[in-house]
Design a protein around this ligand. Structure first.
Ligand code: AMP
Ligand code: MG
Length: 322
């Protein structure tokens, strides 16, 4: 067997190959609707250990386990009626639910925690792969720990191409932001990481109050202050103005600017019409491109902090944190 199959278009043959590599304990990167995942057989502790090695991810940082469908969830977790509602409403989709784990899930997956984070992704390639492999797949984002998440196969190749067995190319990720992570606690829903599923949607479906954890205690590495970060220093401003133009800097606009921006080293626009869904889908890709310009600074414009804007600003602040 070659040491790595490299990048392959996600056709039937390469998905079947990916499933076989996973069964043998290999590492395969695959597209989901959120970001590209780095997958390993969730119930094979050695394979899971390879994920931590390749990502240089601290072993206290637990992994999300991906399932082909909600009907198999009982094998891996204890499901409450509220969790049931969430799964029915949002799976397949960008919601990760943290639940008490069963013995089937090895401790290395959950970093020794009694809970496991579970999700059914809504991407045809991810679902085909999960069905073909016929087992749960542990898959964090396919990037080195702390760096920008990959939303295209080329991002994965740049970061990890020579370290993993196969990268399935399924094009750009539709959502472009990591899943919302939610935990049920004392009749409340606690958002461990904001994402595409908004607090309003969670409350509507469950009738439970939705809270963001307070205090400094980090219960998910999505809560680390610096994460999803470019190498170039990033600074957030309310609005980028004509006075900010600087040939040593690059700029990330939320909406179409109305002044001359040609003297920035480079610019990217998240959404011409100021649409948050479009902005989220473009965020990491734009940051990857701006980060590759070796500029002095990335100036990033704020987006309105409502709905999906909560998750976008969460990622920008982590990208800006030292
Ligand atoms: P990543 O896929 O690299 O973006 O990381 C997945 C996120 O899910 C991390 O922030 C993890 O901490 C979080 N996560 C995974 N399992 C658990 C768990 N059992 N409890 C709380 N958070 C979790
Ligand atoms: Mg990640």
């Amino acid at each position: 067997m070659p040491s790595s199959y490299g990048l392959r278009p996600a056709d039937t043959n390469s998905i079947m190959l990916a499933a076989e590599l996973l069964r043998q304990g290999g590492l395969v990167a695959f597209p989901t609707e959120t970001v590209y995942g780095l997958g390993a057989a969730a119930c094979n502790p050695e394979a899971v250990a390879r994920i931590f090695g390749v990502k240089q991810r601290p072993t206290f940082d637990p992994l999300i386990v991906h399932l082909a469908e909600a009907t198999v969830v009982q094998e891996f977790a204890e499901v409450s009626p509220t969790a049931e509602k969430l799964m029915q409403a949002f799976w397949p989709g960008p919601l990760t639910v943290v639940l008490p784990k069963t013995k089937t899930i090895p401790d290395i997956v959950t970093a020794g925690l009694p809970n496991v984070a579970l999700r059914v992704p809504a991407h045809p390639v991810a679902l085909f792969l999960l069905r073909a492999a016929n087992m749960p797949i542990a898959a964090p984002s396919a990037n080195p720990f702390g760096r920008l998440s990959p939303t295209k196969a080329e991002h994965v190749m740049k970061y990890l191409g020579d370290k993993i067995d196969l990268v399935l190319d399924g094009g750009a990720c539709e959502r472009g932001l990591e899943s919302t992570i939610v935990r049920l606690k004392d009749g409340q829903l606690e958002i461990l990481r904001p994402g595409p599923v908004t607090p309003q949607q969670l409350e509507q479906v469950t009738g439970c109050p939705v809270v963001m954890p307070t205090g400094d205690k980090i219960t998910a590495p999505g809560m680390l202050k610096s994460h999803y970060a470019p190498r170039t220093p990033l600074r957030i401003v309310d609005k980028i103005t004509a006075g900010d133009v600087d040939p040593h800097k690059v700029a990330l606009f939320f909406k179409q600017p109305t002044f001359d921006i040609s003297n920035f080293a480079a610019t990217r626009l998240l959404s011409a019409g100021g649409d948050l869904i479009v902005a989220a889908a473009n965020l990491f890709s734009a940051l990857h491109e701006l980060d590759s310009m070796a500029a002095q600074e990335i100036l990033a414009e704020s987006v309105p902090e409502t709905g999906l804007g909560i998750a976008i600003m969460n990622r920008l602040r982590k990208a800006a944190a030292k």
